[in-house]
Write a protein that binds this ligand. Structure first.
Ligand SMILES: *Cc1c(COP(=O)(O)O)cnc(C)c1O
Length: 456
């Protein structure tokens, strides 16, 4: 039977866009372990989270039962500015690799933040507005989250303070400028504006900063400033919920094309894009309707899934956030300064951690020189300059496609192309001039992080 030719880029219509998010927890056989209140050591209740998070978001965080949650109209309206995002058939990449496999990717880089992070930023800014809050605080590493939230806060007219990891602040000054363009107040972290920042600077004045440390500062600022709350762009259950829009659109588009993936691949930092992309496919798997392989790709320099421990840990270096059970390298873990592109968080989404632990998905770690090699290849054939984070997923897909070339399997491969890499040219340059190094932490390096895990 002759198959009708699948378009290079496929878009749902606005009418076909999802009107509800999908909450994967509702279909999990066993729930992720509950968050613990660090003060009491007992499972945190939604009320425990109110000083830190908006009420609606705290409720979403704790809700393991409601399968579908309505996307507020205002959020749908802002989604329509840059969504639906295209599902792309990577014909040129397939040809370059000479693979019999079909490669699809969902491209989330078509907005100013250059990443999928806007999907959750909009939801979080909207609920803050609805609750009448006076301001939000957050942290940003590579800068995509801070930019996304700045866009969303500007749209809903809410003041925003962003603690930006100091290395990024210095290496990516234009990221800072974009956030300022959207009226955000950007502070390099660690800073003297919080107790957490001052304490870290006292013991380690030359620190380049870390995400965990920036989180501590942002949380402290929120809980000590009247009418302010903290928002986070990854890891949390609520963020995976909002990101389910990626997977829902993808699955629907593939259905309309008569396709279904044999394998779904995503890069994993805190797990939000991966959790969002795989959500409806994992649902099929949990319900026994289909059995796609699910694969997370992470850097060898920050290997939470592949070398981390499944244990309770703090979500931040300052140890003020609730504790979550997740794959973690220890909240004090800071990846080597040689590590170029994102995906540097010490922990992993508790939802994905549980699914991984229970054998529903696999993970693999890759070296960054390989990642940039494939990023260059992808840019040439697909004409999108990928974010280094996204290129981890590309590498996973390319390796799978090359395996199909050997075996002759005509697999359908789907991966998440989370964003663009225009602000990562220093890393691209160090790949080109050969100075980029691969750093693999030793067992002793990692042990330091594990030794500091809270004793639960
Ligand atoms: C933040 C980011 C990631 C990693 O975060 P997850 O929560 O693991 O999805 C991946 N790609 C891009 C472009 C990002 O901005």
């Amino acid at each position: 039977m002759k198959q009708s030719k699948i378009p290079h880029r496929f878009y749902l219509t606005e009418d076909q866009m999802p009107k509800q998010w999908y909450n994967l927890r509702a279909d999990m056989k066993e729930q992720p372990e509950p968050m613990l209140n660090p003060a009491t050591g007992k499972p945190a209740q939604a009320e425990d989270l109110y000083p830190v998070f908006c009420e609606k978001l705290a409720k979403q965080e704790m809700d393991g039962k409601t399968r579908y949650i309505d996307i507020p109209e205002e959020v749908q309206e802002m989604y329509k500015i840059y969504r639906p995002s295209p599902l792309v058939r990577a014909y040129q990449l397939e040809r370059a690799l000479g693979t019999p496999a079909k490669i699809y990717y969902k491209f989330e880089g078509n907005n100013t933040s250059g990443s999928h992070k806007l999907n959750s930023a909009i939801a979080q800014a909207y609920y803050a507005k609805e609750e009448g809050l006076k301001g939000l605080t957050t942290e940003t590493g590579a800068g995509q989250w801070g930019t996304a939230l700045s866009e969303a806060c500007a749209y809903f007219d809410i003041p925003l303070t962003v603690y930006m990891v100091k290395t990024s602040y210095e290496q990516k000054p234009f990221r800072k400028t974009i956030m300022q363009t959207f009226d955000a107040d950007v502070i390099p972290s660690p800073s003297m504006t919080t107790n957490a920042g001052r304490a870290i600077l006292e013991t380690n004045p030359n620190t380049s900063g870390s995400l965990g440390c920036a989180i501590s500062e942002a949380v402290e600022k929120a809980v000590t400033t009247e009418g302010h709350r903290y928002v986070l762009g990854s890891v949390l259950n609520q963020v995976l919920l909002h990101q389910s829009i990626i997977g829902l659109e993808t699955k629907q588009a593939m259905e309309l094309l008569g396709e279904y993936p044999d394998i779904v691949i995503g890069c994993a930092g805190g797990g939000s894009n991966l959790g969002g992309l795989i959500a409806p496919f994992m649902q099929d798997k949990l319900m026994g309707k289909a059995d796609p392989e699910i694969l997370a790709i992470e850097p060898v320099s920050c290997p939470s899934f592949t070398r981390g421990k499944y244990a309770y840990d703090f979500c931040d270096t300052g140890k003020i956030t609730p504790m979550a059970k997740m794959y973690t390298l220890g909240c004090g873990f800071i990846p080597s300064a040689d590590h170029a592109g994102g995906l540097r968080y010490h922990g992993m989404s508790p939802i994905l951690s549980k699914l991984y632990h229970d054998g529903y998905m696999k993970a693999k770690s890759v070296a960054q020189t390989k990642v940039f090699e494939v990023a260059n290849l992808f840019a040439k054939y697909e004409t999108i300059l990928p974010a280094p984070e996204s290129a981890h997923a590309i590498l996973g897909a390319v390796e799978e496609a090359l395996r199909c070339k050997e075996t002759g399997e005509e697999k359908t491969i789907l991966f998440g192309l989370t964003g663009t890499g225009y602000f990562d040219m220093t890393a691209y340059a160090s790949y080109k001039d050969g100075s980029m190094k691969d750093y693999i932490p030793t067992d002793e390096d990692l042990q330091k992080g594990f030794d500091a895990l809270p004793q639960i």
